[in-house]
Design a protein around this ligand. Sequence first.
Ligand code: XMP
Length: 326
Amino acid sequence: DWNSGNVIAEQVARIREQVGTGRVLSALSGGVDSAVSTALVHEAVGDQLVAVFVDHGLLRKGEREQVENDYVASTGVRLITVDARETFLNALAGVSDPEEKRKIIGREFIRAFEKVQADLVAEAKADGEPIRFLVQGTLYPDVVESGGGAGTANIKSHHNVGGLPEDLQFELVEPLRTLFKDEVRAIGRELGLPEAIVGRQPFPGPGLGIRIVGEVTADRLEILREADAIARAELTKAGLDAEIWQCPVVLLADVRSVGVQGDGRTYGHPIVLRPVSSEDAMTADWTRLPYDVLSKISNRITNEVREVNRVVLDVTSKPPGTIEWE
Ligand code: XMP
């Protein structure tokens, strides 16, 4: 019988055994998986852990504040925020291919960590304990879909598994590797994390970078961030969060369509709503959202986000469509 208390005890013992007195660096992404894996490792090794939050500029509205304030308050984890927005934008300039984007984002993530590591090494020198470990919030479905499981094809290189560079200097600590999302949430609650973090929708490591179909630019990110915030606010207001697994909001940056607003012709971009229902993200169905909620989201986005003149609904199950568009 599955019990979150048992899993925590088992993982804590396992982490202590793997890590010993070594220092551990953790990648907080703003998502549930990294929040729970980091809290779990903190539970196991306390101040041997330093959490690093890379603001790659691909975050949703308000996410950085949620990590810096709420998460730190509830866990007592030592957090370092790295502002890498420029670096990521530069690295992604001119790139439209989804796999290439994923690889670049994964690579820049690791580079950002290695920089922090270099800074922390000097500090750790006094104790004689270098930072040798890196926490990853890899879940079972990530392992399977990245080809880490038995006999499965590589569908997408998840930035926390397949996207890792060859020259990785850390040994990975992956306490969620055998778990599904609902189990991770149960563990997070048991560890006392706030519901706002534990109940949050899954959000991919590469963030909004893989929700812009086309090149990622600062302007496009701003458009998508606003549209996404509106969709999220309206879904929450309608009480639909528990019913929806996640609802990616996607900007078709290379597509334009003609519209009309007031007396004027517009030539703007479409936003795609991709609400899905799922048990574990391995398969999914599109969520039958109430028309009035869809209507409200559509009206607000087209009124409040100037560059968007059309909102469309993705009605594809997984398979054949993946949840994310890239
Ligand atoms: P797909 O698009 O493959 O997504 O159907 C399945 C689930 O995984 C999330 N996802 C990711 N999570 N790093 C992550 O941590 C990634 O690179 C990544 N890509 C997709 C996606 O949001 C969905 O929940």
